[in-house]
Design a protein around this ligand. Sequence first.
Ligand SMILES: Cc1cc2nc3c(=O)[nH]c(=O)nc-3n(C[C@H](O)[C@H](O)[C@H](O)COP(=O)(O)OP(=O)(O)OC[C@H]3O[C@@H](n4cnc5c(N)ncnc54)[C@H](O)[C@@H]3O)c2cc1C
Length: 408
Amino acid sequence: MAGREKKVEEYDVVIVGGGAAGMTAGIYAGRARLKTLLIEKSLVGGLATYTNEIENYPGFPEGTTGLELMNLFQKQAKKFGVTFKLTDVRSVDLTGKTKIVETFRTTYKAKAVIIATGGRPRTTGAKNEEQFLFDKGISFCAACDAAACTDQELLIVGSGDTAIEEGIFLTKFAKKIYVSVIHDHGKMDCNERAREAALANPKMEFLWNTVVDSFEGNDYLEQVTLKNLKTNKLEPLKVDRCFEFIGYLPNTEIFREQIKLTNDGFIITNERMETSCEGVFAAGDVRDKFLKQVSTAVGDGAIAAFAAEKYIAESEIFHRILEKTCPCNLVYVYNAADAPSRELLHLMEEIEKEGQGNVKVSRIDVYKSTGIASRLKVTEFPCVAVVKNGEVVKLICDITKEKIQEAI
Ligand SMILES: Cc1cc2nc3c(=O)[nH]c(=O)nc-3n(C[C@H](O)[C@H](O)[C@H](O)COP(=O)(O)OP(=O)(O)OC[C@H]3O[C@@H](n4cnc5c(N)ncnc54)[C@H](O)[C@@H]3O)c2cc1C
């Protein structure tokens, strides 16, 4: 880029990541008439495109391929005017009111950002692994591929909670399950209950002190060679499929300094998909969550975009309130469903009238705008926020005419 100025483009919402979560966020944001950009660095559709068979996404009783499903998501997002750019987001500055998202050629400015960068399963790094990843015999998702394992012989790599619990689940389908564990006999990383259940399961056989040395086969995985860590002996094992459960790495490196993450690097959100950074939302597998699937990514994406839309609308109202040129602005934060709250509306009108242009009253119904109440730091309703020179100088929650007049 030497000597070349970067382009600057402005959007209401920038979505980083074009998997199921990002595209659903796009559909909701686009449909809400927000100017929306989605940036995807490799394949639109994300991880789901790697699977040939999605049988558990509602609405497709005959199943569908991940690619087909994701193409439909993209078509729908485009229909609602979402702009797609295929490039890598390299850095972000999310801390200010205007969010900055940088790619190689362009600086994008946004009112809100939705992070939907997903993650990637950790792999063993054994020989030929790349060749068999996903639909060539190495799987990472038991819920997704279980039915295809009927009467098969499987290898599971790992001994944490996921490995062992998913292994037990797979015994309902598979004929035999070998489990490669790096620890000594009987030692596993999972919880005790799972350990006992697995050890007692006749379909599970544990291969202690082993790691995968190489994956072998022609077009599809046929054999795994295991290495004994104590003896260094290599032992071939014929299997129909291998499941690796040795961790999942979230794609959060570029957000690390600005957003609160779990120790494992997943983004912490509340149920509105809000992150620790105002105006930044997260959706899908990148979030710290219980179940990572397309259906849950879709739910997250919808919530994130809905919350982003509300955030943008409330920001505009909030800044209008603070920017009013009147010497004193009063913000009456009330609950329209509450009768005493409604009765005080008259008092607020009276105070505005008596102020003769020096006092302006804004009315905020918390039912519709909880975000504005929290920005004003109002936690009890009804309450009057007294704003002077763009700042809240006082909150009056025990409202009387005298108290308000004293404050203005
Ligand atoms: C083999 C396999 C089979 C599966 N089968 C099923 C199934 O049958 N049913 C089911 O419900 N779920 C299944 N899943 C899980 C499902 O795929 C995920 O839960 C879902 O894809 C999560 O969607 P997402 O949008 O959160 O993340 P992802 O799909 O991971 O999408 C994130 C996107 O963000 C992009 N990205 C990351 N960083 C950047 C950056 N810096 N700049 C720009 N873009 C970036 C990535 O390239 C990626 O495309 C399967 C997963 C795997 C691996």
